[in-house]
Design a binder for this molecule. Sequence first.
Ligand code: SF4
Length: 348
Amino acid sequence: MIDRTVPADQQPAPGPPSAPDPGTGDAVLSLRGVHQVFPTPRGDVSAVSGIDLDVRPGRVLCLVGESGCGKTTSARVAAGLAAPTRGSVSFRSGDVAAMDGKERARFRRSVQYIHQDPYASLNPVRTVYSTVSAGLRRHKLVRDRREARRATAELLERVDLTPAGDYLDKYPHQMSGGQRQRVAIARALAMEPEVIIADESTSMLDVSIRVSLLNTLGGLRDELGVGFLFITHDLAVAKYFAWDGEIAVMYLGRIVEHGSTPRVVNDPRHPYTRALVSAVCEPDPDLARTRDRVRLRGADIPDLTDLPPGCDFHPRCPLYEQGDCDTVRPPLVPGHDRLLACHVVGGG
Ligand code: SF4
């Protein structure tokens, strides 16, 4: 288990990967063959193209990739905030699209979404007590105001807003970004979720606050057995939070590499994953100078309304080979103890 009191770059070398391989274990939330297409004046844009994901109790699945690759769209579909164009989302083996009102209400309670921007996700005219207790009162999880305040205070303590009495009657503008994000987490916890979908939830925070918040989330995962779908563009954050979980690397709406975090981070195989790993900031300048950098053939991301033939990554890929790379899209298949979509490095 990762020691969350130690900074990410000082973590001891990991032992054998403990995370299950993709496709094993009982998933509480699953995406199968999910596509999401948006019509635009310039043509249809496939934001997500046939992804499969499983979130398991007490485990972290990290979805990593650069901005615009489809991570947030995937997260919104997983949370039931958007219906997929094609494919299915299932919660506890039940198809979300076929759920009746009661089942859907349970799904909505059990799968909570934490947004990137704590400024925008909290109502500025509501106190912390009002925000966090709203769900408790709506779902009749408390009998009266006294009970609601006590339950809210317990939730605030759980997310390290202590003493809770100092925060209950504050408004969002009276708190820091990190404190606001903790309030958002407390609001999600009030619903006793089985899955938390955290969409770049720490990316707007200072580094020290980010680590502290990741430690809080990790504690909730361990204590409450909550499964996480954790969305980030930052592989260092993914490595820190999901070390004993899985990473799925996304490029232009498709998963290109998916495996246990130690395998993907320590031995990246897909050229895009290698580029992401080599771009992670190294605090030691001597190490940074000697580290191999992956040089991409091009920096420009292809136009989503006019994707290149063959592999989506081929205009940028340093391992590009004429032939299959620019004619056949590589499928995501097992290879090197993970799933890979590449003709050259295996799996494809
Ligand atoms: Fe690069 Fe070819 Fe692999 Fe695509 S299939 S990632 S172009 S080597």
